[in-house]
Design a protein around this ligand. Structure first.
Ligand SMILES: [Zn+2]
Length: 239
């Protein structure tokens, strides 16, 4: 093979790998939307999942206004980190600017989820953080699930509120006041897990509140639980 041919071959192979990564994230993100439905976190077309494409300043997100049972890898859309459409036939989700702001400002985040799940949004409607009164909360969120600011859609306000609240915070979920939940993770699946767990503890703490005041967990016990769950619990990753 000529040198030119070899170089073209290498460029083609790396292009194939990049295309393969994009396709894998499209498939993952499309499939994870079914989890939002399965766990009862969404109504109609509200809610969305996105996933960063490794090695590129791009992410995959749900198209706007397409019903959950019509979502598939092919109709997911690809946006750059300014939230502008790069690939796809549909307009991106109306929450794309918020997702893009998070990816721009939190380089370790590989997945973002937004829902209006009922119990968590009820806490958001009251403008109240969910206090850490369950060991499951200490495990997963390392403390309370914080409240973010009231912010209107249309510019960077929501994204800024998410990043300002979650940067340096243990919690991977934030209750945006009067709105709903944004959750983050190292990948889209982890962000979906945080959204599911957020709604689960929001419901339990709400129920606990009906008959009295839930008991707080001492901070040093929260710290111990969080450390154990994050570092010891579960299957060791083969990596
Ligand atoms: Zn929303």
């Amino acid at each position: 093979m000529s040198l030119e041919g070899l170089e073209l071959g290498e460029a083609g192979a790396s292009g194939d790998r990049a295309a393969g990564r994009r396709e894998a994230i499209r498939t993952t993100v499309a499939g994870l939307h079914a989890e939002l439905v399965r766990y009862g976190l969404v109504a109609w077309t509200a809610g969305n999942v996105s996933g960063r494409i490794p090695g590129e300043d791009l992410f995959v997100i749900k198209p706007s206004g397409v019903s959950y049972d019509e979502l598939n890898a092919g109709n997911m859309v690809v946006c750059d980190l300014d939230g502008d459409l790069v690939e796809g036939e549909h307009a991106p989700s109306s929450d794309t600017a918020a997702h893009a702001y998070v990816y721009r400002n939190m380089p370790d985040v590989g997945g973002v989820v937004h829902t209006h799940s009922t119990y968590a949004s009820a806490w958001a409607a009251r403008g109240e953080a969910i206090p850490c009164v369950l060991t499951a909360m200490a495990d997963e969120f390392g403390g309370e699930i914080p409240l973010g600011p009231f912010a209107l859609i249309g510019d960077d306000s929501i994204g800024r509120g998410i990043v300002e609240t979650l940067k340096g915070h243990r919690s991977k979920a934030v209750l945006m006041q009067n709105h709903g939940v944004f959750s983050i993770g190292k990948d889209p699946r982890a962000a979906v897990k945080a959204a599911v767990m957020c709604e689960d503890v929001a419901r339990t703490v709400h129920v606990a509140r009906q008959l009295g005041e839930p008991l707080p967990i001492p901070q040093d016990d929260i710290d111990r639980l969080y450390d154990r769950y994050q570092n010891v619990y579960g299957q060791r990753s083969p990596r």
